[in-house]
Ligand binder design. Structure first.
Ligand code: GLU
Length: 493
């Protein structure tokens, strides 16, 4: 058997370090078995998937030095490797399941499903579909179909007994069937859900080992059942431990930057970031901390993965990055890397149209543009308070601006301006005082160029990270306060 593994990102946001981590282990395992590693884009969620996100994910993984044998950018004979180009295949497979009685059409309205959910929650019952349309007779289904009634296709799932399967790292896992929902396979718009598309593709792309994050363990029974329904041999499952924040909670952007683009912008070396990801739950046989991808691939053994949640600690990453800079790069190479990073003509050309208005001598450039090539700025809570806003409102302005900017699909000056103006208006604050603390959070001083232009130049990840940093400097937002703020934010957005 040829070992084939894959990474299957959904292009719905920034390229996540967790995606790179899972990709690295898939690639290393395929390599250790003389197999192949491929990349598939899971963009069945049409509302949330964007071509920009797909591009950013591919670029970020390539930047790290990860390459795949087959994928949407380099082709292969099991393509297309983008799920939105395969809808016909999923529809045919859903039809097969309908014909064999393994799936059924469900005409329940969203109102009915909302009501069902509310009742189940009130009665503290297990949430899930109650099987209302499970036994509709053929004539009724045909009549409703001919009237064009909207519906979804759901899979049949046993209500009794357990699903037991082997995980390559965890051994035997058992999950009660009663916990598994009668999963929707095809949505009302005819697009598949993740579960159907993922299984069909893993089979057709001849994936032998599904190596993915542990958050998918509870989905495995649905997948195993689908393999069984289709009469296919199922791949080996391997669920990697989730990356964690230093407080052991699941790695989240509220506590840690999670976007690879952030680490790129901060000036981490791709080799060091990949090295650090390789140490997440895995170690070299000689326990050395600094190693290259090539060295990791030479000795990789997946059984050395340990399941205790690996902590992604930015301070440790920085320490490792420093070692890489000192030990691996000559001055010449370092100069090249710095130029590649940000000390180049592109950065200068983007900034000069703004900077020239404020320059008297060339040397003014350093103080004007310092924040563009910095990481987190050396500002204090007092600096932020000097914007003249009362503390509660100050945190609210920063947090609301952050939430609004997190939902921006396209990062450019006009969109940033419109987003911030909308929040300022909704909060009843004039734009100038509203922007004052943002100037300090983003550029370190209110004397910088327009904060919208600064954010555009800095990019989404660094801008958001600085807003988060400013909120932290003010003492952060506790859980209770966060809930209250979320409500207030929803009321005005
Ligand atoms: N599209 C899923 C994700 O983004 C893939 C999960 C899997 O590997 O099965 O994580």
């Amino acid at each position: 058997m040829t070992v084939r593994t894959r990474i299957a990102p959904s292009p719905t946001g920034d390229p996540h370090v967790g995606t790179a981590y899972v990709a690295l282990f898939n690639m290393a395992f395929a390599h250790s078995q003389g197999g192949q590693f491929l990349l598939r884009i899971e963009d069945t969620d049409q509302a949330r998937s964007t071509p920009e996100s797909e591009r950013a994910i591919l670029d970020a993984l390539h930047w790290l030095g990860l390459d795949w044998d087959e994928g949407p950018d380099n082709g292969g004979d099991k393509g297309p490797y983008r799920q939105s180009e395969r809808s016909e295949i999923y529809r045919e497979h859903a039809d097969q399941l309908l014909e064999s009685g393994r799936a059924f059409r469900c005409f329940c309205s969203s109102e009915r499903l909302d009501e069902l959910r509310a009742t189940q929650m009130a009665d503290k019952q297990q949430l899930g579909y109650d099987g209302h349309c499970l036994h509709l007779d053929k004539e009724e289904v045909a009549a409703r179909l001919s009237k064009g009634e909207p519906h979804v296709v759901r899979m049949q799932v046993p209500r009794e007994g357990q699903c037991t399967f082997d995980d390559m790292l965890r051994g035997e896992i058992s999950i009660d069937w009663a916990q598994i929902d009668l999963q929707v396979l095809l949505k009302e718009d005819g697009m598949p859900t993740y579960h159907l598309a993922n299984v069909v593709d893993d089979h057709l792309m001849e994936i032998s080992h599904v190596i993915r994050g542990e958050e998918w363990i509870n989905s495995a029974p649905k997948h195993i059942l689908l393999y069984q329904y289709f009469g296919w041999q199922r791949p080996v499952f391997c669920h990697l431990p989730l990356l964690r924040n230093t407080d052991k909670s699941k790695l989240s952007k509220r506590k840690n930057p999670t976007s690879i683009l952030y680490y790129q912008r901060m000036g981490y070396l791709p080799e060091a970031l990949l090295n650090y990801l390789g140490r997440m739950g895995w170690s070299m046989p000689d326990e050395r901390e600094k190693f290259s991808l090539k060295e990791m691939l030479e000795v990789f053994d997946i059984q050395r993965v340990s399941l205790g949640g690996p902590v992604f600690d930015v301070e440790k990453l920085s320490w490792l990055n420093g070692m890489w800079i000192r030990d691996e790069l000559s001055d010449e190479q370092l100069a090249d890397r710095l130029q590649e990073w940000a000390l180049n003509r592109d950065t200068l050309m983007a900034f000069l149209p703004f900077a020239r208005q404020r320059m008297e001598t060339f040397s003014d450039l350093a103080s004007l543009g310092n924040y563009l090539v910095s990481g987190m700025l050396p500002i204090s809570a007092d600096d932020l308070k000097s914007a003249g806003m009362e503390e509660d409102q100050l945190i609210e302005v920063l947090q609301f601006a952050l939430w609004r900017l997190e939902s921006l699909q396209q990062w450019n000056r006009d969109n940033i301006f419109n987003a911030l103006k909308a929040i300022a208006d909704a909060m009843g604050i004039k734009l100038k005082p509203f922007l004052a603390p943002l100037f300090i959070a983003i550029a370190g001083s209110s004397a910088s160029i327009s904060v919208m232009d600064s954010m555009d130049l800095l990019g989404a990840d660094m801008s958001r990270a600085r807003l988060r940093h400013a909120i932290e400097l003010l003492g952060g937002v506790g859980k209770k306060k966060l809930k209250k703020m979320e409500k207030a934010y929803q009321a005005i957005s």
